[in-house]
Structure formats: C-alpha cells, structure tokens
Design a protein around this ligand. Sequence first.
Ligand code: ASP
Ligand code: MG
Length: 414
Amino acid sequence: MALLVKKFGGSSVATPEKILAVAQRVLNEKKPDDKVVIVVSAMGDTTDELISLANAIADPACNNSREMDMLLSTGEQISISLLAMAFTKLGQPAVSLTGYQAGIESNTAYGKGKILRITPRRVISELATGKIVVVAGFQGVTPDGDIITLGRGGSDTSAVALAGALQADVCEIFTDVDGIYSSDPRIVNTAKKMKEITYNEMLEMARLGAGVMQPRSVEMGKHYGVPVHVRSTFTQNIGTIIREEYTVEEKEFIIRGVTHDTNVAKIAVLGVPDRPGVAYTIFSNLAAANIDVDMIVQSVRSTQNNIIDMVFTVAQPDLIEAKKIVEKIGKDMETVGVIVEKNVAKVSVVGAGMLGNPGIAANMFGALAEARINIEAISTSEISISCLIQSSKVKEAVNAIHNRFFSEKHDTVC
Ligand code: ASP
Ligand code: MG
C-alpha cells in the first residue's frame, strides 16, 4: 500500500473533459489499496479572471487584501468539487475538502500566506473510509479563521506540505511540462530534461526564475524529505524527481541549470557619501517595507569627494515603493540622484558542483563576452552565479551560457 499525493495544475483541469481525464488517469494508476490525496489548482486562467473581476470594482487606494483572498480561494473550490463529482461518476467514492477542512493553517499574510502547521485529521479519516480526498490548493486558514491564499502557484506548496504532513511516499506534481529542464525549453532548444535534481539546486533554480515550481514548495519538500516528482499530465513519461543530496559518486554534476528572470528592476543611487552607516540606512529602510533587495554593487564615483554609487536590484512589483523610499533617503543624504531601470534581466547558472570547481564564473563571463553582452552587476551564492544584463539580450545570453556548460562533452550532467 502506498500513500500518494498528486497535484494537478490549472491547465490540467481547465475543462470538464480534462477534469474527467484526470480522474480517469488517477484511477488507472491507483492500486486497490493505495491511499490517494489529490490537490488541485483553479481551472485554467480562473485566478487571473478573478483578479480582473476585482480590479473592475475595487479601489486600488483601499486595502482589499482580505476580500481578495476570499475571492481567489473560490477558484480552487470549483475544481475540487467538480473533480470529486468526476470520481463519483467513475464509481470511485471521493470527497472534496477546502484548505481549512484539510487542516492547513497559515499566518495572516493575505496574498502570500505561509503554512504554519497542518493537522490533516479529516484527510486521514476520509482516506480510512476508502475515499479519494480532493483538497483545494493555494489556500489555508489563519488563526482568526480567515481564508488566506499562499501566493501565485501556491497549490504546489499545499501539495508538498500535505504530502509531508501525511508522510506520503511521494508527491507527484502533474503539470503541462514533462519535467525540469536545464533551461527553459521555449528559449533554449538544446535544453535537457533532468532525471533528478536536489532540493537545494531546485530551490535555487526556482528562486532565480525557473517557473516550474513555487520556491516555497521546494523548501517544504526539503523540510519534510518528501521526494517530489514533476511530470506531465498529458503523457505517461517519467518526469524529474526532486530529492536529497547526491551521493559522492554522483557529484560529477557541475552545473545543473541556466535560468533567467525578467521580473527585476535596477535602482542606482548616485553620489552617496562614503561613510559608515550609509548602506545600513538605505537597506534597513527597504527591509522595513518588506522589500527584498538582490544584487548589490557599490562603486567609487570620486575618491576626491569621497562619494560612491550604490546599485541594486528589486523585484519589479516593488520598484515604485523602493524608489520612493530611496529618493527620500537620497534627499536627506544629499546624493546626486536616483535612477531606475526596468529593462534589465538576471541570468544565472546553478549547480552544487560549482563548490569545488574553480572557473565556473570565468566560464560564464566568457560566454557573455563572446556574445558581446555587457554585465551590469554580479551576485553569487554557494551554488549559483547571477549576472544582470539588458533584458533584450536574455535569449542570446541564456543560449550562450547553456552552450558553454551543456556542450556534448558535458552530456552526463543530466
Ligand atoms: N490558482 C493559483 C494561481 O493561479 C494557485 C496555483 O495555480 O497554484 O496562482
Ligand atoms: Mg494556476
């Protein structure tokens, strides 16, 4: 007997026919005594449509975050009830549960709730009666009993967290791509599908722009040690397994992926006085506003006048607020000015193998230099290197870097 959690994304349940096909597929694959929990997203583009509906009414100057979550959570409630009906039609007893009924408790951060605890008592008792349990993804309940959503793509996190809490054998994420690729296959036609990838590498790839999984869901998988299998709803092919660290023998992998993120913006504060506490003032004010700062470069503008330039990046949705904050600080400090730029993008290489392998950064910079692409900022983590470039050059940059690291002689990387 196995306990399986299977998550189906919006495109997998976009129409009544697709919902029936999902139910049929689950039953075809289910062994008689398997216990199965299904987590679903809202049908197709429902979440986007609900957002447009709200935008047609709500005053953007008012805080509607609680009502927004109340609204958005309805998308998943449509798909759970319909999928439960599909199972019933096929002769399989099933029950749908909201996040609240499934015991998914979250903090009170509307629109970006974090799961605090899962008490899946009801899920366990329903499974024990032989039912398939269909749980609404993307939602939880706050300590005050309000509905909360877990951020876009949050159904992945619901599924992996539930799999962890239930100690499931595996969490399968069914989606419209057939696994994790070394780069976005829509941009790099030589991108290779990976059989396996570690939680840490996948987390870094997701954080740096690989859109397949919500980063938080990978964190959950790592926390609980649940293997996550990302695969296609529309084929029977094995996808990619996200799992623990490699064994020593497997450590031949150097670079696992090349990602890109165009959702970034650059802020340059020019002519900042070069004295202690300046960086602290800028970045503590941004942190207080909950704005994540990413690449930071400080460069000398004039040694004579003791002034520097400070350049950093933020996510594009945070740009307006970050600019306001920095302009205010800039005025107080009598800086030369603040410049913002949206037409930038971040390209990154990710791989745990870079730890003991010098020359990865040089290789990446070499690929960009050969393609005559200018690097505006650089940042690194233990297992990644990122370069900021003009967004018009993303496709070229990603292909150039991918070619460098995934040429024939490196075929074994996947
Ligand atoms: N329906 C939500 C969204 O579109 C959650 C999800 O799909 O995972 O973001
Ligand atoms: Mg969706």
